[in-house]
Design a binder for this molecule. Structure first.
Ligand code: CA
Length: 245
């Protein structure tokens, strides 16, 4: 069943929406601030976001903009319904301009929200899946086919294919160019759970060395010169990051 993220700072409103959504079988995530809502969206990858316009932390328009700017295509396409108490038409237009799929004026009936949620999720499912291709520097990483082009050429041409672990590591880091990740975060990503931290993973002995070994193998297959990595940079005292340029 689908997961819906509610980013709304009025607890009573969240509570009502949540109970309607849960009764309809949806999994519900709640955030009471724009910034925490954005973090939850990134970590939990909901199928749809109900987004209030006036929020503490970060306003709803900025949240919507950040979502649409994600370099991970699957995340960037998250359906968004804006909830707005403002009556000015310009606010609604701006909401649609920054990429919201729909907006609902407050006060609203939960039934209306439910109908819009269903309609939007149906539309998202029916839409032909856009090619989920991540572009970073001169790499094109096809998240479905698990293939990688470097400057338009398959990298497998001159090396062995990436293992699923190596592929997951690369896709995770390349989705956030310039951002440093600790080995513990990379360990989670390597196991295929898209998470950008926030909670500590289960650690096991030697996980740091395990990540280092995966990175070494990844570089050997990916980097034209593994001794001078151009894609996967070491961040001393932290871990690794995908180069920004
Ligand atoms: Ca509000």
């Amino acid at each position: 069943m689908s997961t819906v993220l509610i980013i709304e700072d009025e607890p009573e409103l969240s509570r009502v929406l949540r109970s309607y959504l849960e009764q309809a079988g949806y999994t519900v995530l709640l955030a009471g601030r724009g910034d925490t809502g954005l973090a939850t969206w990134e970590q939990r990858r909901p199928d749809l976001a109900l987004l209030d316009l006036n929020l503490p932390g970060m306003d709803g328009l900025s949240v919507a903009r950040q979502i649409r700017r994600s370099s991970d295509p699957a995340l960037a396409n998250t359906p968004i319904i804006m909830l707005t108490a403002r009556v000015e038409e310009t606010d609604q237009l701006i909401g649609l301009e920054v990429g919201a799929d729909d907006y609902i004026l407050k006060p609203f009936s939960p039934r209306v929200v439910m109908a819009r949620v269903r309609a939007l999720l149906r539309r998202a499912e029916a839409a032909p899946q856009a090619n989920r291709v991540l572009r970073a520097l001169d790499l094109e990483i096809d998240l479905d086919a698990h293939t990688i082009l470097r400057a338009g050429q398959p990298i497998e041409a001159d090396s062995r294919p990436l293992t699923p672990t190596e592929f997951n590591l690369l896709a995770f880091m390349a989705a956030h160019p310039g951002r440093a990740f600790a080995r513990s975060q990379l360990l989670e990503a390597a196991q295929g759970e898209a998470s950008t931290g926030g909670h500590a993973p289960v650690l096991y002995d030697g996980y740091e060395r395990a990540i280092d070994a995966h990175i070494k193998n990844l570089r050997a297959k990916l980097e034209p010169d593994p001794k001078k990595p151009r894609y996967i940079e070491t961040v001393f005292g932290v871990g690794y990051r995908f180069a920004k340029k």
